[in-house]
Design a protein around this ligand. Sequence first.
Ligand code: PGA
Length: 249
Amino acid sequence: MRTQIVAGNWKMNNDLMQTQALITDLKKQTQSSNAEVMIATTYTNLYSAFEALKLTNIEVVAQNMHFAKNGAYTGEISAGMLKSIGIETVILGHSERRAQFGETDALLAEKVNAALENNMRIIFCFGEELNDRKTDNHFNVVEGQIKNGLFHLPESAWNSIVLAYEPVWAIGTGETASPDQAQEIHKFIRETLENKYGVDVANSVSILYGGSVKPNNAKEIFSKPDVDGGLIGGAALNAIDFYAIVNAF
Ligand code: PGA
């Protein structure tokens, strides 16, 4: 059975005090869940969040990293630096990174390689824009992002990859893909994996849905056979809402 995962992406929200308060709230929620639980906080909060949550089943993950080991990359953070404070998982290719920071498929492939060289797990995000969906081009876009970012990898690397389908038009907009739309594309993603790597890899990779997942729609989305969890933005900033989503499994 595939791992079910609910990951909260806090984005550029919460300073140190606010992060500590949210973690205190999270710890009050039930700690036993059927899904793996992760939270992605900003660089400045990673170490304290890691320390505060290390005896719980909530994993602290990074929202981004650079591909180089070290060097003249002012303002950047390497995989080795994340590992040195205990961080084992990184989100790569979030649509905000792609759209606002010019991250291309080729750059993301380099980041993927660097994360894997450092034995990190990756939550690899991709998804179409509204116009792609309107013109029925979403399957092509998604397939291209997966192929260009990940299909250079050997089969063995897929143990360390989680996919997150996040239609850009649903992120932070209050609009979600319907459960059937999510299932349709998650199934397509699994078939795309199967064509390249075979059925065992395709059936073992967790594919998360992201885009305005809330307590009132999580259960229906997660009930779809090819949806293995969620990447949660806005609703992850409130511990009660976040755990209502975690407990939707
Ligand atoms: P949202 O964000 O839940 O606020 O739509 C999802 C994401 O960006 O991962």
